[in-house]
Structure formats: C-alpha cells, structure tokens
Design a binder for this molecule. Structure first.
Ligand SMILES: CC(C)(COP(=O)(O)OP(=O)(O)OC[C@H]1O[C@@H](n2cnc3c(N)ncnc32)[C@H](O)[C@@H]1OP(=O)(O)O)[C@@H](O)C(=O)NCCC(=O)NCCS
Length: 249
C-alpha cells in the first residue's frame, strides 16, 4: 500500500485517449443484474448534453470548471445514483463530493458510481443490509499493452502470457476494472490509497468471479482477509466489475 502517486493520473490520462463513443446499454443492464443481486439497486444513465437541469443547485455548482465531457459523465453518474436512492425510498437533493472525490451517500446507505464516456452506472443499498459496494465500468479492450507494466503485477502478466494473443487485452481490462472496483469498495471504510501493484487479481473465467489478493489482511465490514471475492462480466463493448459484501457475509 502506498501513497497516491502520479501512476493514477498517467493511467487515467491514457484511458481518456482510448475511451469509447457508445456503450451497449442493454448489455450493461444485464451485467449489472448479474454482478449485484438483491438487496442492491443498480441504475445506468447515458452521458449526454443538457441533463444537468435535473440535478440540485449544489450538484450543478460542483460541476463548475468541469470540461463538457467530464460534466456529462458526472451528471449521468449522479442521475443514476439518484435513481438508486429513489428505489430505496431514500431520495435526497444532493449527493455531495467527499474530500477524496468519493460520493457522500445519505446516512444508512452505501453505494458506488462509475462512468465510461457515454454511460454511467451506479449501485446503492441500505447499510443495514450491505456493508460495502464498489463498481467499475470500462470500454472493452481499453487496457493496451503499454499500460500493463503500470497496473499489472508480474504474476498477472505471466497469466496473460499464457492466454491467446487476441484475449489478452480483454483480460487485462478485467484485471484493471477489478482493481478500480475494489478501490471504491474499500475506500469509504479504510481511507487507504492502494497501488495497482499492491493487489493481484485472479480471474475465474467461466464463473464470472475475480479474486483480489491484498498484500496484508484488510478489515472491510465484518471480514478481515487478504482475499476478496468480486464479480465481473464482459459485453461486446464493455467490461463491468463489482464487489459487494452483505451483512453477515
Ligand atoms: C477514483 C478512481 C478509483 C476512479 O476514477 P475514474 O478513472 O474517473 O473512474 P470511474 O469513472 O470508474 O469512477 C469515478 C467515480 O468514482 C467515485 N470515486 C471517486 N473517488 C472515489 C473514492 N476515493 N472512493 C470511492 N469512490 C470514488 C466517484 O463517484 C467518481 O465519479 P464522480 O467524480 O463523477 O462522482 C481512480 O482514478 C483512482 O484514483 N484510483 C486510485 C487507486 C486505485 O484504483 N488502485 C487500484 C488498486 S486497489
């Protein structure tokens, strides 16, 4: 585990260049259902111009200075999140931005947001039922080989080497997405910034499960462990990954 480093901005800058124009919304909806079962509420929104009027004044204010693309993604993420809250009968006007950019959910709610150019996804649940949630959406094959040394461990790259050429970018994207989803899952509880090299992902291709191993044991909710089980799904245009821990798990 390390301090926040400029690796994050280098990686994210590279993603910005290769992000998609559009996503298969039907596929994303099905994947959300596969990854997060009841009692989680999931929603998606297309990022497009002119939706910010639906946000509260405080949320609109928060987008001041955002580039148009970033504003559209933020708005779509907040709209998806508000939809989840409405379904949980816990509507609030504003989901504030925390000091580390994390969304501040209302008391008694946990949740997570992700976006990738044209689409945003959110998941939320009652804290009485779910301890922590993390979600990540990426364009299919987004993680190009030049990024692998920055975000994948040696063990992960060895595993990729054993895959056919044409599958490698997909699996690299699943690994990256798993790490991002895990980061959002653990951060509101631990406040830890974890480096990509400090976690190793194992993919159970056929089952849609991912196992993320941390360097040391982490207490997340009721579980203290160095292995954390998540789920992933791959559509033609996207990769989605998620972690959730229900109460009593
Ligand atoms: C913040 C980060 C997780 C994702 O940012 P991104 O590339 O913009 O990707 P996404 O679109 O998937 O997610 C953005 C959303 O995550 C949420 N988010 C941001 N920071 C967060 C945090 N500290 N904790 C929880 N959620 C957070 C926000 O809702 C944000 O959207 P918004 O700003 O529009 O509200 C990533 O850039 C980062 O800084 N990672 C740090 C280290 C890491 O991931 N390590 C992996 C090993 S565990």
């Amino acid at each position: 585990m390390v301090d926040r480093s400029n690796v994050f901005s280098r990686v994210n800058a590279s993603f910005f260049i290769c992000r998609p124009r559009s996503m298969d919304t039907h596929g994303v909806e099905i994947s959300l259902g596969r990854i997060f079962s009841t009692p989680c509420e999931c929603a998606w929104r297309k990022a497009s111009e002119g939706q910010s009027y639906s946000l509260s004044a405080a949320e609109r204010h928060a987008t001041r200075g955002f580039a148009p693309k970033r504003e559209q993604e933020f708005v779509a993420g907040r709209l998806a999140a508000h939809e989840c809250l409405a379904r949980l009968r816990c509507s609030i006007e504003t989901i504030p931005i925390g000091s580390d950019r994390e969304p501040i959910w209302p008391d008694g709610i946990v949740g997570s947001i992700s976006h990738s150019t044209s689409l945003a996804v959110a998941v939320a649940a009652r804290a009485a039922e779910v301890v922590a949630l993390g979600i990540d959406l990426e364009k299919a094959d987004a993680v190009s080989p030049d990024l692998w040394p920055l975000i994948l461990t040696e063990a992960e790259r060895d595993w990729l080497d054993r895959k056919p050429d044409f599958e490698r970018r997909n699996w690299a994207t699943v690994m990256y997405s798993t790490k991002e989803a895990f980061f959002k899952y653990q951060f509101p509880i631990t406040r830890l910034w974890i480096d990509y090299s400090a976690v190793t992902v194992a993919i159970f291709e056929k089952d849609g499960y991912v196992q993320l191993k941390t360097e040391s044991h982490m207490q997340i909710g009721h579980r203290r462990s160095d292995t954390h089980l998540g789920r992933f799904d791959c559509g033609e245009q996207f990769v989605l990954a998620g972690f959730s821990q229900t109460n009593g798990q």
